[in-house]
Design a protein around this ligand. Sequence first.
Ligand code: NAD
Ligand code: WQD
Length: 334
Amino acid sequence: MQVLVTGGAGYIGSHTVVELINAGHQVIIVDDLSNAKASVVDRIQIITGVRPQFYQLDCCSSELINVFRLNKVDAVIHFAAFKAVGESVQKPLEYYRNNINSTLMLLEAMEAGGCKNLVFSSSATVYGPNNPHPYKEDMPAIQSSSPYGWTKVMIERILTDYVAVHPDFCAVLLRYFNPIGAHDSALLGDDPNGIPNNLMPYIGRVAAGKLDHLTIFGGDYETPDGTCLRDYIHVVDLAVGHVKALEYAQHNRGVEAINLGAGVGVSVLDLVKTFERVNGITLPYIIGPRRSGDLPAFWADAEKAKKLLNWQAVHTLDDMCISAWKYAQNESNY
Ligand code: NAD
Ligand code: WQD
């Protein structure tokens, strides 16, 4: 299949492009490089031996339609979005504009190009604060706690409404839990600009001596060790999940929400201790106050992905910590 990957130069997108190429698909990347480097495309070529087509283009632009005019696109994976939760609270209009407009433009361009298969990057954040864990796809997923999260809720709604009147369309809504880790080559990984907000890139920079210490946000939650529980999933497992979702979209119609998680809750302290053990280093950390908006614990019910996609996470927490550290040590990544 010829697959258009929006946001394909980003963290999850780049790993997915590698797995798509490995599975024999042709890939076209559209990315405006607002949160990625052009060198990622070179790195994908080094890893796979194949250079994907690359358009540096904002998906909100009307030029997106030209990509469909110039290429026969069989399916789209839509990663392109702004994703920083805290920043979205400060800049709600930018988040709503970018995440929602890019999706609307994409749907119009897909319609013009006759493309009817879409895999969308959703998030566990759509389950909101009120559902019990583990989260199951049939629970209400209509709430979030940040403008970023609301864009995911709204886009899921938009896609559901669109499919209701286009029954020949397939939209797979992949709800990711907490992707971490990096490609084994240490050429692709999570490389946020500035000081990281997410746990693993922060740990990587502390381990590399670029940041002083980690602050664990809260040690007094009602969890076994007092720190929050999350469902960490290796980014390569997540990438493989997209290839499976694409195959699913080829043979099914309608809209389907599917969790991509490992299905287990891991505490912040578990992750820190694992990182230290497998990499043989000591991570300086302190326990600080809770971060506003954090939920104490959530993880995925991962059964639906197993059943519909024949997919489950195979990498261990050890693998995630080893690959993340290998990537963080590769100076050429910064
Ligand atoms: P990322 O920022 O690394 O990748 C997103 C890519 O999209 C970047 O390369 C950026 O340059 C590009 N982009 C942004 N807006 C664009 C636009 N208008 N036009 C073209 N390109 C644009 O983020 P990621 O972690 O790889 O996340 C990918 C997707 O997965 C996002 O939609 C994100 O919301 C979603 N998601 C991420 C996580 C996570 O923890 N990383 C969890 C759940 C969902
Ligand atoms: C993980 C755990 C923190 C940093 C976010 C989004 C979510 C999804 C994934 C996109 C939490 C703790 C963190 C630090 C810490 N993204 N932590 N010290 O908040 O679970 O999820 O990314 O859809 O929508 O909200 O991920 O990596 O920020 O935090 O103690 O310096 O690590 O409190 O328990 P989070 P995270």
